[in-house]
Every structure is written in C-alpha cells, then in structure tokens.
Design a protein around this ligand. Structure first.
Ligand SMILES: [Zn+2]
Length: 441
C-alpha cells in the first residue's frame, strides 16, 4: 500500500492561488493528497443542474466553468491526488425547514443540536431517508463523471455523537428507519421498547446503586447487565451499524459504477465509541476502500460524551455527584487509568471548550489519541489501508503533533491526513511530522 500523506483544505479557489504552499508541503512532509471539502449545499464546484434539482433540499449547482478539472490536472502534474469530501449532515439551519428529512428520537420528536458543551453542531438528517440516499448516489455518480477526481471521502456518514446530545443514541425513530430496520431483519418495535426501558433505567439510577457499581469496577457489558438492559440493546447497536454500512455500500457502489479506479471511503468515530455511533469498523472495512479514524476530534468524540452522559444523569437523578458517575463511565469505556478528572468543572479549563484537538489543556488528549489509534488498527483485518486523521493546527505545539504522528506510525497505520487550518500549517509542526515520516517504512 502506498503511504498517504494528505491534508484537508477548503475551496479550489484558495488552492489555485496557493500552489507554492502545496509544493512546500510536498517538500517538507511528502504531501501526496489534497482533500477538498464540499458542504451539503455545494461549493464553487458541485453537481450538474439536473442532479442538483433532485436534491431534497436547496443545492447550488456548479457553474459551467468551475475549473475544478484544471485544478485536478495541475495537482496531478505535481503527483498530488485530489479527493472530494462529501458531507452528509444538515447544515446549521436546515433541520427545521425539512421535517420530512429530520433525525427524530424514539418518540418521534426532532432532535435539536445542543450547545451544552459550548460547541454546537449541525442538525442531523435521518440516516436512512430514501430521498437523501438516492440523491447522494446521484451526486457521487455525477461528480465522478464530471471531474477527473481520484476519490471521495464521506463525512457525517454516521449518527451524530452522543456528546452533542444523548438523544442521538436514542434515534432515529422515524418511520423511514422503522422500514429500514425491517428490511435489515430487525424488529423496530421491540428495539424501541427496549431502548425506552434503557433510557428509563438511566433516569432512575440512584446514588446508592451507582456507588456500588463504581466500587465494582465494571466493564461495559457488566454495567449494562447490572442496569438491566435486555437483548434489544445489542440489536439496537447492531442495527445502527448495519444501517450506516448499508448507506456506505450504496455510495461505494455508486462511485464504482462510474469508475472502478476511483477511491471511496469514509472518516469514522473513535473506535471506543464507534459501536454507539453506527460505525462497526470490520463492516466499514468491507464497504470502503480505506478507513480514516477522525482522531482530531477528541473533544467531540470522547470528552463531550462523558460530559453529556454525566450531566444528563445528574440532571435526572437528584443527589448524584460527578465523582459517582464519571469513574463508572471511564471504567465502562476503558478510559480509567488515563488520569481524566472526576469533576465536570475540571473539563472546563477554558471559557469555551474547543470542538477539535487542542494542546493547551491538562487533559491527556495525546494519550487518548494514541490509545484510539492502536484500537483502530486492531479493529480491522487490515485488508484496506487506514489513515489516521489528526490535527497539526496552530494551537498544537510541535511536541504534541510529533507525538500524534508517532502514534499513527507505531499503531501500524498506512498514512496520515492532517487538519491544519490555513495551509501549510505551522513550520515547527511540519518539521515534527517530517521527522516521524522519515522513519515510517
Ligand atoms: Zn429516520
């Protein structure tokens, strides 16, 4: 497998005036992939007008002369591949305007993005909606036909994280998902009843019980067993992963139906929380050409999860304290021993918590990322390459960046994809990455 060294960037317009930066990154870190982000509503490039018209929400079609192919040819001359990142989320204001597409909880209510941890995110679409899925297929075919693109990576091709709202785990409960469950061989009615029971159990936990559980050092399955969850919980976890994988398979097939040599893959949750977010790595490996764990989003995918779970349960159970609930959660998800604080206040070192990786913190973010990198590789057969996504932006120091790059290498990954903000990212960080790459065989 060829080692990938990639970077996410914004619009092609920026890149067109910035070839010197690309050359610089090529010299310094061996950059060989640029990933252009495309928002759900389109970009300077986008679908043909006839495909844009099929979108179940407003999409701006590409103009006749968007010059993306010129950009791609220029990149190819420099031996840099170009992928497009396709987003499957509903932008910040789209949710309420499209109730027919919205993500709903088990009672059928639209789940709103929350700002509890200081980092709100977009409204979520229903992950099984047929109109959305067939539009995404058409979009991918159209882009593969029109552009000399090397591949695609999907993002938000998953359930939204529980760190934004716990109810992202107790959904989607809409009629489209009920239908999809039946097609995939699951009994949605049984799962709805079982998951409502789980929710009620969480609402009724008391301090006495939780103290007992904390002192027993229970793992995830022990904890669920003691709380009294029934078999529908396992069905629910599997159903959500199967549902997301069925979408990924369709999108993969759509690209391949146009051009077999175009690459198609996705980013993914941290493996520890992937089962509760609809990503089963072993299944994703089967329906993608690569995997890329989104290890830059350590707050959104791990820290906020603990905070949201603890805050919800404290809200429901009067008298529950941070130090009762947080150790139980850390132990259940294998995060004990990392030195995370047993106090919610301690997570708030900054007025506004970041959504992405952030070096100015006492929290052991590097250790978390390293552990999750190793877990990611251990979760697959490794028949497909895996590229770890991590941050090298200006808030990160060179030591932190070098540590993360080393973790990806030592975990056995096949490359890295950087998020640096404005290109090329801080000089010292690139040097630190370059040093790690020198010893990456
Ligand atoms: Zn749904």
């Amino acid at each position: 497998m060829k080692r990938i060294v990639g970077v996410y960037t914004g619009s092609a317009d920026i890149m067109k005036t910035n070839w010197r930066t690309v050359e610089e990154m090529k010299d310094k870190i061996g950059l060989n992939l640029v990933i252009l982000g495309m928002g759900p509503a389109g970009d300077v490039w986008g679908p043909s007008p006839e495909v844009a018209q099929k979108a179940p929400f407003k999409v701006r079609p590409a103009g006749k002369e968007d010059h993306l192919n010129d950009f791609i040819r220029e990149a190819h001359r420099r031996e840099v591949k170009v992928w497009i990142c396709i987003s499957c989320y509903a932008e910040m204001d789209s949710g309420p305007n499209h109730p027919d597409l919205a993500f709903r909880d088990l009672e059928g209510k639209i789940v709103e993005p929350v700002l509890r941890q200081g980092a709100g995110w977009a409204w979520s679409w229903c992950p099984s909606n047929r109109k959305l899925r067939s539009y995404n297929e058409e979009l991918l075919k159209d882009l593969t036909r029109k552009y000399e693109i090397d591949g695609f990576t999907m993002t938000h091709q998953r359930y939204s994280p529980i760190g934004h709202s716990l109810f992202n785990f107790f959904g989607c409960g809409c009629s489209e998902c009920e239908r999809a469950a039946s097609e995939l061989g699951y009994d949605f009615g049984k799962m709805r009843a079982g998951m409502t029971k789980v929710l009620n159990l969480m609402k009724a936990v008391n301090t006495k019980k939780l103290t007992k559980l904390r002192d027993l050092d229970l793992g995830f399955m022990d904890l669920l067993y003691c709380l009294g969850a029934d078999s529908s919980l396992v069905d629910w976890l599997n159903f959500r992963c199967d549902l997301i994988a069925s979408g990924m398979q369709r999108y993969h097939d759509a690209v391949k139906s146009v051009r077999e040599d175009a690459t198609m893959g996705t980013d993914s949750f941290f493996p520890t929380f992937s089962m509760i977010g609809g990503h089963r790595y072993s299944t994703l490996e089967k329906c993608s050409d690569f995997l890329s764990p989104l290890l830059s989003h350590v707050y959104i995918f791990t820290i906020f999860n603990f905070m949201e779970l603890a805050e919800r349960m404290i809200g429901w159970n009067r008298g529950l304290r941070d130090e009762d609930i947080l150790p139980v959660l850390f132990r259940a998800f294998g995060y004990d021993g990392l030195g995370l604080p047993n106090s919610l206040n301690a997570f708030h070192e900054h007025e506004k918590l970041p959504s992405s990786d952030f070096s100015d913190t006492k929290l052991p973010l590097g250790e978390i990322i390293r552990r999750e990198a190793f877990k990611s590789v251990a979760s697959i057969e490794h028949s497909k390459p895996m590229y770890g996504i991590f941050s090298g932006h200006s808030l990160m120091d060179a030591a932190g960046v070098g540590y993360r790059a080393t973790a990806m290498r030592e975990a056995g990954m096949d490359g890295i994809i950087l998020q640096v903000g404005p290109l090329p990212g801080p000089e010292a960080n690139l040097r630190a990455i370059s040093k790690v790459l020198e010893n990456w065989t």
